[in-house]
Write a protein of this length. Structure first.
Length: 307
């Protein structure tokens, strides 16, 4: 059995780990991530959609050689979907077999059907168990703000003690705590009680230099001029009062699309025709399409010449 990669021993090593996974991080993010790993604390990442919060958990799992267990949150998420439930069909069959065999010991039947072999493990319970190689997984609790407050309250036990209580079985505690990453797009506020159990970091839009490094790393097929102009265009858009400013994910999608169209640089017509890759609301697209797109492209060229 191959040894799992060790946790980074310093902030610089954390930067290197993320870079090796294709994630261009600033030092503040690397610092809080290093501390979360060092202290065994969950990492709470907040920020706009598409800025790379989920990607951090994916890179951690990949570079540390651990499985990624993802719990995608949504309205109505409950314990049965997130933690565990009983295999009721198999339990009923077991009860029928016991009755057919003439067994009348109800206490024993109840003990049998509420045993581990009838337990269906959902993401959180899976994350409390070590893999066959003896490694704790990476647990990604994604977009927690989409879940109800009742489920958020349930997570307090999980995030503080890395355990869950199952009435029929008792308390199940992790032999080794998983690496936990919690993300939220801030569509609603998360309660302070949950945040106190985590180390917090706001993931902001990257500056132009870092975003250009991301594009160059993720979209190698784009020309140097196209990459620079795509980043400059997106950076300009984020200064405009749009319904939803494009995130890094949209920047990468747009750069990829333009490279597939064999564009070596931006031109107003192609920008207008491909805005649906970059912007996701019709009002935003209508505002930028046409003359406004041409104006931004012209500004980018003037800035490049002046620079």
């Amino acid at each position: 059995m191959a040894d799992a990669p060790a946790l980074p021993a310093s902030i610089d090593a954390t930067v290197d780990l993320l870079t090796a996974g294709g994630y261009v991080a600033d030092r503040a993010l690397a610092t809080v991530l290093f501390l979360a790993l060092k202290l065994g604390r969950p990492l709470f990442l907040e920020g706009e959609a598409g800025v790379g919060k989920t990607e951090i958990a994916k890179v951690l799992a990949e570079r540390l050689g651990r499985p990624l267990i993802r719990l995608q949150c949504y309205e109505g998420l409950d314990v049965a979907s997130a933690v565990y439930e009983w295999n009721y069909a198999a339990q009923m069959i077991e009860i029928r077999i016991a009755e057919a065999s003439g067994s009348a010991d109800r206490a024993r039947i109840a003990e049998d059907v509420f045993s581990d072999r009838f337990l269906v493990r959902r993401p959180i319970l899976q994350a409390l168990e070590l893999t066959a190689e003896g490694r704790a997984p990476v647990l990604l609790i994604d977009e927690l703000d989409r879940a109800d407050e009742a489920f958020e309250a349930f997570l307090l036990e999980v995030l503080s003690d890395f355990q869950v209580t199952i009435p029929e079985l008792g308390t199940i505690k992790a032999a080794e705590p998983p690496i936990v990453v919690v993300t939220t797009n801030r569509t609603r506020e998360i309660h302070d009680a949950l945040k106190r159990r985590c180390l917090y970091h706001w993931v902001d839009y990257p500056d132009a230099e870092r975003e250009l490094a991301i594009v160059r790393g993720k979209v190698p097929g784009a020309s140097a001029q196209l990459s620079a102009e795509v980043v400059a265009f997106v950076q300009k858009l984020r200064t405009i009062d749009l319904f939803k400013a494009p995130g890094v994910a949209e920047t990468l999608d747009w750069a990829t699309a333009l490279a597939e169209l064999d564009q070596l640089a931006l031109d107003p017509d192609t920008v207008s025709d491909t805005l649906g890759v970059l912007l996701k609301y019709q009002d935003d697209i209508a505002r930028i399409r046409g003359s406004e797109a041409g104006k931004i492209v012209a500004e980018i060229r003037r800035d490049a010449v002046a620079g």
